[in-house]
Design a binder for this molecule. Structure first.
Ligand code: ATP
Ligand code: MG
Ligand code: MG
Ligand code: MG
Length: 562
């Protein structure tokens, strides 16, 4: 590609509203442009990276026998009614009516769509195991779309679904997907930690998140010092907390005067190291599990927030009088109080996924519960939490834990039979008996991954793209367009190298400074500068992570490029 033909609308200044480094670089480099909040146009550079990442995914899925399909974006609400997720999914779902008034939606994920196809088209155990995937635009009306492609309302997801006739088949599919994901991330140049995760609204139990450590991440993962244990914050704190039984049941009442505790006092009260409380949430619920008070542990202060429902829209900061009224009511008026210890970071006003684990106190003393899967949680689901994590190392054996900010780039689930049972996807087993199909689901945020790559590979003035996803693998930069020796050599190299590589040739009549600044933003793994010594067949070669270029003859260059 000749750069004179490339649409790359660079910006000299960093846009004021872009906070994340990756967002800034992608805007400055003319990779993306926002169309509306959380909705982006992929310009040529970003689209090339996206397509390369999709290509890698396709190859790795081929290897494990997972085949590509394409499902519709526009879905009937009835499909989601069947699974019971229509109301559960909440405000994040884009809903619309068609001209006949039929409720419809834009797919935020596709468990239902795939399950329905299987329900109608699969009959026998002989047809399994099956794995299918697609790479497709998803729609989620996120409360706070931000950081460019990191949290969009429209984004590209690779989502895969596995169907099995036995647990063993599911386990094998899950392991194959996990291994494929590790290859995908490695080839895309994303450093990831597979972590034990909670399954959110997916309705499954066993799940692993792929978390990419990066400053712009909205998640926090906990690892031990040697890196042999890693979990997202929900699971790490969940498992950890129940080990720390407060000695004095009455102490819980102390929590009913929020705002007065410092982090250190809270830590002492909870019998956990203070770091554990940082960025965590303590909240008090009434007997109906309605959240009354939230205390958010921040670095030094407790931010006190108040809400009347588990509905994020109603969350706000309480004033002193309100707090007094509520804590007073909680203490006296509304019956047994449960002081709940939740462990999810509340990123600003977002409360989604708030309560995962509860330490509760009532007249009979302390009780524990896992509220992950059911809001109508039962107090003795405590045991459930333990089975969900069977086989995983116990974090208590791995203290002290380190906390790392990271980006969730992928998430894989053993769903079991939740969808297939509710939606009637059955097969006949070897004995001719009808059984529900056993399912898994697997997702990578492909567009989000672009941002994660830039986060992890940013340079002082741009980005150093990993080889396999770079928009161009070689950037040929000609210094002076009116120098015949330079033009001859550039054209010769361009023709030759283009046979094997994606070459971008900067043939623009621009100053050297402009060309180099743009080259930093293109971030090709190899930059070849054709300057004064072109007449002697000498060029300068540099990788984006190197400070200095090295001179090479054209022959040396050919050896170097391979
Ligand atoms: P998050 O916790 O960041 O909201 P999620 O857990 O809701 O993500 P999943 O339902 O697990 O997301 O979807 C699979 C993958 O899709 C995620 O691991 C993530 O990489 C990507 N993804 C989810 N939401 C977004 C979004 N709003 N923008 C870009 N990518 C997203
Ligand atoms: Mg989400
Ligand atoms: Mg998540
Ligand atoms: Mg997830």
């Amino acid at each position: 590609m000749r750069q004179s033909n490339l649409f790359m609308p660079t910006l000299k200044e960093t846009p004021a509203d872009a906070v994340a480094k990756s967002h800034q670089i992608m805007l400055r480099g003319g990779y993306i442009r926002q169309v509306t909040a959380g909705v982006y146009a992929y310009l040529p550079l970003a689209y090339r990276v996206l397509r390369k990442a999709e290509g890698i995914i396709e190859q790795e899925m081929d290897k494990i026998g997972c085949t590509e399909v394409l499902m519709p974006h526009l879905l009937p609400a009835t499909l989601w009614e069947e699974s019971g997720r229509l109301s559960k999914y909440g405000a994040e779902m884009f809903r619309l009516n068609d001209r006949h008034g039929r409720p419809s939606l834009l797919g935020p994920t596709h468990e239902e769509t795939f399950t329905e196809i299987i329900a109608k088209n699969l009959k026998s155990y002989k047809q399994m195991p099956i794995m299918l995937y697609q790479t497709q635009t998803k729609f989620r009306d996120e409360n706070r779309p931000r950081f460019g492609l990191l949290r969009g309302r429209e984004f590209v997801m690779h989502d895969g679904y596995s169907f099995a006739a036995s647990r063993e088949q599911l386990d094998a599919q899950f392991d194959a997907q996990k291994a494929a994901y590790e290859n995908i991330f490695a080839r895309c140049g994303v450093e990831v930690r597979p972590v034990i995760a909670d399954s959110g609204t997916m309705g499954g139990k066993n799940s692993t998140e792929f978390q990419a450590p990066a400053a712009a991440g909205e998640d926090t993962i906990a690892t031990n010092e040697t890196g042999t244990y890693a979990a997202n914050l929900e699971m790490a704190v969940s498992i950890d907390t129940f080990k720390q039984e407060p000695e004095d049941p009455k102490a819980l009442e102390k929590v009913a005067t929020p705002g007065q505790e410092t982090i250190a006092q809270l830590a002492e009260f909870m019998h956990v190291p203070a770091t554990r409380i940082v960025k965590s949430v303590l909240y008090i619920v009434d007997e109906k599990d309605k959240v009354l008070v939230l205390i958010r542990g921040d670095k030094e202060v407790n931010e006190v927030k108040l809400t009347h429902a588990l509905d994020c829209d109603s969350l706000r900061v309480a004033n002193d009088d309100e707090l007094k009224a509520i804590t007073g009511a909680a203490k006296g008026g509304v019956g047994p109080i449960k002081a709940a210890w939740a462990d999810k970071i509340i990123a600003d006003e977002t409360v989604k996924g708030l309560s995962n684990f509860v330490v509760g106190a009532n007249e009979t003393g302390f009780q524990y519960a896992n509220t992950n899967l059911d809001r109508d949680f039962k107090v003795d689901e405590f045991a459930d939490l333990r089975t969900a994590n069977e086989g995983e190392p116990d974090p208590v054996d791995h203290l002290p834990l380190k906390f790392i900010t990271s980006i969730e780039v992928g998430h894989i689930f053993k769903l079991g039979t939740y969808y297939t049972e509710t939606m009637g996807a059955k097969f006949l087993d070897q004995n001719g008996k009808a059984q529900p199909v056993i399912m898994g689901s697997y997702g990578i945020g492909v567009s989000r991954m672009l941002s994660a790559i830039v986060e992890q590979h940013q340079t002082e003035h741009g980005v150093a793209w990993p080889k396999e996803v770079a928009p161009y693998s070689i950037h040929l930069v000609q210094m002076k367009m009116n120098d015949d020796a330079q033009t001859d050599l550039a054209n010769k190299l361009y023709d030759e190298l283009s046979k094997k590589y994606d070459v971008l040739y900067d043939d623009r009549k621009e100053r050297a400074g402009v060309k180099f600044a743009d080259a930093d933003l293109v971030g090709a793994p190899i930059r070849i500068t054709i300057g004064k010594k072109a007449k002697d067949g000498i060029v300068e070669v540099k990788q984006p992570t190197e400070d200095k270029a090295q001179e090479m003859s054209v022959d040396e260059l050919k050896a170097y490029a391979t």
